[in-house]
Design a protein around this ligand. Structure first.
Ligand code: ADP
Ligand code: MG
Length: 452
């Protein structure tokens, strides 16, 4: 039996009433996260529910999916799936759909990353200022600018911020954000003639005024693609069209990148972005608390300084750890006041992973699995779903789960922001196949040996 949206909405109200009842010890949790949720659409058999923010979406998914599905099945006598999205996410997904350029399936500028929500400190000030200056005057000042540094330090954020600013200040300019991996995929499409005879060089010339290209290290060792990119790049440069690049290291250190590209990439303004200072981390946390609609006074000041020093190396990890704290407090019904003890208990598994495993890290597991299957590591954490890549990806998720005891949500974050249900599914597949599949048993045993 199919239900109309209005029928589903009244059912949703009943589901909410139940949740409210279950959470009556913690009215603040219900009020903060769920009271204003609503059904957005029915996508096939999946109900899309909008909640107030990302944390609420994660909490709903992690903690309440089963309860909600039970209630839905009971009320509708039908088998619906459910997906929780935040308002921000919905906005950016809508924007993705409308901004899709002709041949670029997955490139968009994320409206949630901007200069206003980028916390500036000594480690990133130069990169921030250069990106801001360039977006006020694209193509005129420094061309290209290159932001380089380790993962999780804000490079992609600044790239999108630049794109958003240019789009709002110069609406007539056509701005393209693309990661180098996506560029490689698109290059293949053009070469295999998927694009009605338009050349990729012409496409860029006619369709892009500002090029934001992320993670150019992935161009290394791809000679043909580098050649084409070189031509595209030269066209941009010759016509004073702005290019902004990011890379995980200084290009001169990149093995296998064409020398001509190396020198082009650093000819404008190369900017290093480093690990944030403690104070910067504290300010990032405070911003995250308020943007999630939470009250900073509910957190003991020691909690903030503990997070800022324990997870300083990588802002992505800092944010992940903090989200975990929010899950934990909601699950235990501790939402009222968060002290240091609660905070430490919440992130204990993450600290254990860091301390207890010594040289074994998620990164090493991914690299080892990738090498075993002869794939580049980025494909394991990327989106491509050929069966070979999917298998290797699931094995890597499985090993990270078993060997590091990492939480599913964290594994999801490592694999490019997959939700925890996808990770559980991957890990379960491996566990089930292991019972009978000799080939898989051998692969896991080989990998375990390599990881010793
Ligand atoms: P990179 O591209 O360098 O790997 P990202 O730009 O993806 O890193 O940043 C990882 C996460 O950390 C993102 O959610 C980003 O918004 C956040 N982040 C990084 N630096 C800052 C900062 N200075 N202020 C606010 N958020 C930040
Ligand atoms: Mg990035």
């Amino acid at each position: 039996m199919e239900n109309s949206i209005s029928e589903l909405t009244s059912i949703w109200n009943r589901v909410l009433a139940r949740l409210k009842d279950e959470l009556k010890e913690d009215p603040a949790v219900f009020g903060t996260f769920f009271s204003d949720s609503y059904i957005h659409t029915l996508d096939g058999k999946t109900i899309i529910v909008v909640v107030s923010n990302k944390t609420a979406a994660q909490i709903m998914t992690m903690t309440y999916t089963e309860k909600v599905l039970d209630a839905l099945t009971e009320c509708t006598e039908s088998d619906y799936g459910i997906r929780f999205v935040s308002r921000d996410q919905l906005d950016s997904e809508n924007q993705i759909k409308s901004a899709k350029p002709a041949y670029f399936s997955d490139s968009y500028i994320n409206p949630n990353y901007n200069f206003d929500n980028f916390v500036v400190g000594p480690s990133n000030r130069e990169a921030y200022q250069a990106a801001l200056m360039v977006s006020q005057n694209p193509g005129r000042l420094y061309n290209p600018i290159l932001i380089y540094g380790d993962s999780g330090l804000g490079k992609t954020h600044l790239l999108h911020a630049t794109g958003n600013k240019i789009k709002s200040k110069f609406p007539s300019l056509k701005v393209l954000y693309i990661s180098a991996q996506e560029f490689l995929n698109e290059y293949v499409k053009f070469v295999t003639g998927d694009t009605n005879g338009v050349s990729i060089v012409d496409w860029f010339r006619d369709n892009v005024d500002v090029l934001l290209i992320d993670d150019v290290q992935f161009l290394a060792k791809k000679e043909k693609t580098e050649e084409t990119f070189f031509t595209i790049y030269n066209n941009f440069y010759a016509h004073s069209k702005q290019v902004v690049l990011t890379c995980d290291q200084h290009p001169s250190k990149l093995n296998g990148l064409d020398e001509r590209l190396k020198s082009r990439f650093v000819q404008g303004l190369p900017l290093y972005i480093g690990q944030p200072e403690r104070d910067t981390c504290e300010r990032i946390l405070r911003m995250r608390i308020s943007s999630n609609g939470l009250d900073i006074n509910d957190f003991d000041p020691e909690v903030i300084s503990f997070f800022a020093s324990a997870f300083r190396k990588n802002v992505r990890e800092l944010e992940g750890a903090f989200d975990r704290l929010l899950f934990y407090t909601v699950q235990l019904g501790h939402a009222a006041h968060i002290d240091l003890e609660t905070a430490k208990a919440a992130v204990l598994p993450l600290l254990d992973v860091k301390e207890a495993t010594g040289s074994l890290s998620a990164e090493r597991i991914i690299d080892t699995v990738a090498e075993y299957y002869n794939l580049p590591a980025y494909q394991l954490t990327g989106k491509i779903r050929t069966s070979q890549i999917a298998l290797a990806r699931h094995i890597a998720m499985y090993l990270i789960r078993i060997k590091l005891d990492a939480p599913f949500a964290r594994i999801g974050a490592i694999f490019g922001g997959k939700d925890h249900a996808t990770v559980i599914n991957g890990v379960n597949k491996v566990e089930n196949s292991l019972k009978t599949d000799r080939g898989l048993q051998k692969a896991i045993s080989d990998l375990n040996k390599r990881l010793k």
